[in-house]
Design a binder for this molecule. Structure first.
Ligand code: NDP
Length: 780
């Protein structure tokens, strides 16, 4: 090409990055890697090839980690953990800082190796992946230094099993390892089969950074290696990033084991463009939203929603911009779109698009060799089309239109996922009105795909649970300092051989949608006092009662939009009305449980205090403004979880129920409460208190019955967003396993006791909220 021609076309010339140093590093290792355990690379075992997807060439042979490797890695991590924990915050900070420095020093090597292994453009690995990974280690070096002062009652979880996908191999490693080490944990990490190389380079620099042997262990391999890590009994926590299907399997596999679990899963994130948006900026944002990393991004803005009036104009601009995207060798610094991670994945995306019923637009040509797929826009699809609903995980944008803001919200939220959402509008009122209405863990206003270590990232619904980044991510790598005691189950009082005459028969009902309701089963069970007096009957709840209660709770969604001030007033009112009936409740508890009246009075008094505490918190559990390094801020907004199903404890039948109710309602949730199984009447007596305290119908629903029988219907119900259990019955495993259906959050006791007189309000409030991170432009 002549200079004149270049001036005429303004085409970029090639600007290839030298991959020599990365190839030399591979050569130094003989292009064969063993697993990294206890601070050293082991001799390679059975290996598989990892390839450059842009050229199809083999880069190295990597070991397929076996169960024995996982065993050795977990043992090394366990052995190293106490000494690492003793090092303390300042000690961890120094090591994390050293890692960050070394990542910076070797950043080009990491970037080139990442691009070779994954196929992503060097521009992205060099300017985004590696700098963000460094930032994560710097940030968490700071967290480690602050941890002892800021989280004095928390200690490390122990050994963390961490599993990451192939789309951001080093960045996902950083998201996992930095917070774990910053809180005194040790780790066993399994990189993705297609992209293990930067994790192995990271292992190498761990020694240089002074990471003690056994603190970081890297076991390469496929899904079977991951499954072995998940099921290893020596692992205290699993942190997983990957597909929703595998996340669901992991939820089931860890059910009942007591392992802590965080899941960052897939998405089908909406990208909403209002007619008052800056269309050129929105088009540029869309390039980042869906063609960054070839669309292989969990939070990719893969579902475009454009307001009808501007749709054609917007599509025209988008098509014009698509025509200028440069596709090709990812090591070329001018390239916008590189190779897909693997030919198999590329073929899967191609197959999905080939079956499309819409209008497919694919400008430009892709290189003949290598796993390349062109940027794609599909319009004209029905809302129910699989391509509109399912994650494609490639450079494929599906588009539809909407007419009103309300319709935009409805269409945006019509998905089983809830990872991220983007909205574009020059109208600040509109943007700030819509952001809270989007069901997503992260919302970007007039920007997209912004990430930072200080800002929590994670999803709701089937996009998983837990946050990575910020204080919210950090807490997930800690546990409470004092281990809880084992729960002593409380049995119901059996029917006496010779019942004593009681007063009038009092058969309680359920409380559903603000009304008392008979059980669907038509059965109830007697509640006896230890003295042999029949105190009343409690209904035997069933699946249908749970269904009705969840429906009522679903219908009361407006509770989540009330102000904290209003919710506080109502909780104070409940407390006031309970206080007026202290004697009646204390007598009831004493009769049911056989405890002495002063003790029962103390429980009622504590229940009133608890309501006051949560009323106080209702407008004080505030969010945060995260100082992210952009021209903007990230707001961390606590939002209600939604519908919470909860099993109350037996050892404090009123106080336990009220503690759950207070926390859930204070944060704007609706509740389906199953009271203590042996002592249900303390909760059924609450109906009148609730009726006279302005609690709206459907916000609290109470279904009595056998916990074992109700655990499955409540935990598997798709309308329930979280399940808590403080039950004396052994239902933790059932709840965790059944919750896998819609990946709802769970908080269960695993047979551990709790002192209900001393409840840590903050842990309840954290369970009663989801943190939504909203990125907004702000300042200069
Ligand atoms: P997978 O879920 O298939 O794999 C993720 C990781 O889990 C890999 O290391 C994989 O090993 C391993 N794995 C596979 N099966 C099992 C198992 N049964 N038990 C334990 N580990 C297992 O996802 P992909 O690697 O295909 O990544 C793409 C998916 O990840 C997308 O759906 C995307 O949305 C999601 N993702 C989510 C992110 C988030 O933050 N929410 C971020 C990035 C991706 P192997 O590589 O051998 O298959």
């Amino acid at each position: 090409m002549t200079v004149k021609e270049i001036f005429e076309t303004m085409e970029y010339g090639p600007a290839p990055e030298d991959d020599g140093p990365a190839q030399a590093w591979l050569d130094r290792h003989g292009r064969r890697f063993g697993v990294f355990i206890g601070g050293t690379f082991q001799a390679p075992g059975k290996t598989f090839a990892t390839r450059n997807p842009a050229r199809g060439t083999e880069l190295a042979q990597v070991t397929q980690g076996t169960e024995a490797d996982i065993e050795a890695a977990v043992t090394a991590a366990r052995r190293a953990q106490p000494a690492w924990a003793r090092l303390g915050g300042q000690g961890w900070a120094r090591v994390l800082y050293a890692i960050a420095r070394l990542l910076q020093k070797h950043s080009r090597l990491f970037a080139v190796l990442e691009t070779l292994d994954n196929g992503k453009p060097i521009r992205e690995s060099r300017d985004i992946d590696i700098p963000l990974a460094q930032r994560h280690f710097y940030y968490h070096a700071g967290m480690a230094a602050l941890m002892e002062d800021e989280l004095p009652d928390r200690v490390p979880v122990g050994v963390c099993g961490q599993i990451v996908p192939w789309n951001f191999p080093l960045l996902m490693l950083a998201w996992k390892i930095a917070p774990a080490l910053a809180m005194g944990n040790t780790v066993v990490l399994k990189p993705a089969e297609w992209t293990p190389l930067t994790a192995l380079l990271f292992a190498e620099i761990c020694g240089e950074a002074g990471v003690p042997p056994g603190v970081v262990n890297i076991v390469t391999g496929d899904g079977a290696t991951g499954a072995a890590l998940v099921s290893h009994p020596g692992v205290d926590k699993i942190a997983f990033t990957g597909s929703t299907d595998v996340g669901r399997e992991i939820r089931r596999a860890t059910a009942g084991t007591g392992k802590a679990l965080t899941l960052e899963l897939g998405g089908k994130s909406p990208y909403v463009v209002f007619e008052d948006a800056d269309l050129d900026s929105a088009v540029e944002g869309l390039v980042d939203a869906i063609w960054f990393n070839q669309g292989q991004v969990c939070c990719a803005g893969s579902r475009l929603l454009v307001q009808e009036g501007i749709a054609e104009a917007f599509y025209a601009k988008l098509r014009a911009r698509m025509a200028t995207l440069r596709i090709g060798d990812p090591l070329d610094k001018c390239i916008d779109v590189g190779a897909m991670v693997d030919p198999a994945h590329c073929a899967k995306v191609a197959e999905m698009v080939a079956g499309s019923n819409g209008e497919v637009h694919q400008p430009g040509t892709v290189p003949a060799e290598g796993a390349f797929y062109p940027p794609t826009l599909i319009t004209g699809l029905e809302p129910a089309d699989p391509l509109m609903r399912d994650e494609i995980f490639g450079p494929v944008l599906v588009a539809t239109t909407f007419r009103t803001p309300a319709e935009a919200v409805e269409v945006a939220n019509a998905t089983r996922y809830g990872l991220a959402a983007t909205l574009w509008s020059e109208n600040i009122n509109r943007a700030l009105d819509i952001a809270p209405k989007l069901a997503a863990g992260v919302v970007w206003v007039n920007a997209t795909n912004l990430f930072d270590a200080a800002a929590g990232f994670g999803g709701v619904r089937e996009s998983g649970f837990g946050r990575e980044g910020g204080w919210e991510g950090l807490r997930a790598y800690t546990k409470q300092a004092a281990p809880p005691k084992a729960l002593v189950p409380v049995a119901a009082i059996p029917a006496p051989a010779a019942p004593k005459p009681g007063g009038l028969d009092r058969t309680a009902k359920m409380y559903i949608g603000g009304k008392q309701a008979r059980p669907d089963s038509g059965y109830s069970r007697p509640v006896w006092s230890p003295k042999g007096v029949l105190l009343g009957h409690a209904p035997e709840g069933s699946r249908k009662d749970i269904r009705n209660a969840v429906e009522a709770a679903t219908g009361a969604a407006s509770w989540g939009r009330t102000t904290g001030h209003l919710r506080a007033q109502i909780l104070y009112y409940v407390a006031e009305n309970l206080s007026a009936r202290t004697e009646e409740f204390a007598t009831r508890i004493a009769e049911m449980t056989g405890s002495r009246v002063p003790r029962a009075e103390a429980e009622v008094s504590a229940a009133i205090d608890r309501l006051f505490t949560y009323a106080a918190w209702a407008d004080k559990y505030d969010g945060a403004v995260k100082p992210v390094p952009i021209r903007g801020v990230a707001l961390a907004m606590p939002e209600p979880v939604g519908v919470i199903g909860a099993f109350a404890p037996d050892d404090a039948p009123l106080l336990g129920a009220v503690s759950i109710l207070g926390a859930a309602l204070a944060m704007g949730n609706r509740l389906v409460l199953v009271p203590s199984e042996p002592f249900p009447l303390a909760a059924t007596d609450l109906y009148q208190v609730l009726d006279t305290s302005d609690v709206p119908a459907g916000v609290v629903n109470i279904v009595t019955g056998a916990h074992e029988a109700l655990a499955k219907p409540l935990a598997s119900h798709l309308g329930v967003d979280a399940v808590w259990s403080f039950s004396g019955a052994d239902i933790s495993t059932t709840i965790e396993a059944e919750a896998a259906g819609n990946l709802k959050r769970t908080w269960v006791n695993h047979g551990r006791a709790r002192d209900w007189m001393q409840v840590d309000a903050r842990s309840f409030l954290a369970q009663a909220t989801e943190t939504k991170t909203i990125w907004v432009p702000y300042g200069a």
